[in-house]
Design a protein around this ligand. Structure first.
Ligand SMILES: [Zn+2]
Length: 457
């Protein structure tokens, strides 16, 4: 009824790597009944450090059959059996990928001996196969080879079956996929308690160190999304094994979730945010003088060492902003970076451009208006409160902006009137000066979704 499996591979991810050895132990719920093992030719060189770990060399698998050649037989060993492995997701994802490649549709219930051991034998310092086996007095003469590790896993599974007085294995099977899709070191109960609300969430490792920060309109749904079969990068990266705990901070509003996420990533520098090359793209409007003395604008991504006049979090925002200025100050869209195509500028035909792009209007006259538009970039920022959902029903959230500059966010009772800037300041925790957050707020104000924007006196 059970097939206990261990594989060796050419590397850590099913997407990029192949199986080099597989061992399968059949178990009838009482004892081991049969076993099978084979080396497999992965069709590529095995990296030296992997050989160092498993002892499987490229020469050893050269003469071995390929997975395709063995697919039918391996399938017959797994078919109609519950799949059991230590960190089941790893082995399962590789096998699934290999079967898919061989045109065999294989799907089955899974049990993970890491997760089961944590529940049935709680309180151990480590649940790695080697340490767990040692704690339970199971010897592994052939550690890091599929046969040795699968045999040890089978013996551990026998012990788990014996010690499982409260039906944990049956329960895990009933929940089926929900059980093993969660990271092996994460408590199902902790996951179940997550709120279906907006906020920022933190993944913590075994030492309580934050390893990832994310934001979501629905924390529970978002996190569940990380751990489904489709979330490839998550399932195949080591983050799954490192997550021991999840904490969160409710924000009510989606804008505050954005702001807080950005601040927390910069405060904590979690390693998996960095691994994802977390980078907020910033766009800027730049000014320069061309060879004919005309003041021009360009819209570009901001790189190190460049000094834009003003920044935005998307190209579209920068573009829309400049477009308004071109209309207001009758500038040429070509000279303002809005038209990259050759030929006459678009608005010359409509009359808004006074001909600077053709030398009809003098640079002196044109630059006066262009300079006035630059001055207008920085004046007239409004003081507003962006009112959004609170963390609970009787609350609302506010983000304060003074003369265009982000001040901070806070929460108040939903009946509290927010009309005046000075009193509103009492409701917020002041934020640090931060261009990235300022850009987030600027962009949000251009498209405030469901939030209410109130002008403050
Ligand atoms: Zn023009």
């Amino acid at each position: 009824m059970y097939a206990i499996v261990d594989i060796e591979t050419t590397g850590g991810y099913a997407d990029n790597h192949r199986i080099t050895e597989i061992a399968i132990y059949h178990h009838d719920g009482k004892r081991i009944t049969d076993n099978f093992r084979t080396l497999l030719n992965p069709g590529r060189k095995i990296p030296h450090f992997i050989t160092g770990l498993t002892g499987i060399t490229s020469q050893m698998v050269e003469e071995a059959p390929t997975f395709e050649e063995m697919a039918e037989e391996i399938h017959s060993w797994l078919k109609d059996r519950i799949f059991v492995a230590h960190n089941a997701h790893f082995d399962y994802s590789f096998l699934k990928k290999e079967f898919d490649g061989a045109g065999i549709n294989w799907q089955t219930k899974k049990l993970c001996t890491v997760r089961l051991s944590r529940k049935i034998i709680p309180g151990l310092e480590s649940y790695s196969l080697g340490r767990l086996a040692e704690s339970l007095g199971v010897r592994i003469p052939d550690r890091h080879r599929a046969g040795g590790d699968a045999h040890a896993t089978a013996k551990i599974f026998s012990i788990l079956l014996q010690r499982d007085d409260s039906g944990i294995i049956t329960k895990a099977l009933k929940r089926n996929s929900g059980e093993t899709i969660l990271p092996p070191n994460l408590n199902k109960e902790d996951f179940d308690k997550l709120p279906a609300k907006a906020g920022v969430y933190y993944f913590l490792d075994g030492h309580g160190q934050v390893i990832y920060v994310g934001k979501a309109v629905n924390i529970k749904k978002r996190i569940a999304g990380h751990f489904t079969g489709e979330a490839r990068e998550w399932n195949r990266s080591n983050i799954r094994n490192e997550i021991h705990n999840i904490t969160y901070e409710l924000t009510g509003s989606d804008l505050i979730a954005l702001i807080l996420e950005s601040q927390e990533i910069r405060r904590l520098w979690p390693k998996y945010n960095l691994a994802q090359k977390y980078k907020v793209e910033e766009w800027g409007i730049f000014d320069y003088e061309d060879r004919n003395g005309y003041l021009r604008f360009g819209i570009n991504i901001i790189s190190k060492g460049t000094k834009p006049l003003i920044t935005f979090s998307s190209k579209g925002d920068a573009w829309n902003f400049m477009w308004e200025k071109v209309k207001e100050f009758e500038l040429c869209p070509k000279l303002s970076g809005l038209q990259l195509a050759k030929g006459l500028c678009f608005s010359h035909q409509t009359g808004a451009c006074k001909g600077a792009c053709q030398g009809i209007e003098s640079s002196k006259k044109y630059n006066k208006r262009a300079q006035k538009s630059i001055d207008s970039f920085f004046e007239g920022g409004e003081s507003v409160a962006i009112i959004g959902q609170g963390r609970k029903a009787e609350e609302k959230s506010l983000v304060l902006v003074e003369n265009g500059s982000y001040l901070g966010f806070g929460f108040v009772h939903k009946d509290e009137a927010v009309l005046n800037l000075e009193t509103a300041k009492n409701f917020i925790k002041p934020g640090k000066e931060n261009r990235v957050v300022q850009n987030l707020v600027n962009s949000y104000l251009l498209n405030p979704k469901g939030a209410e924007v109130i002008a403050l006196s």
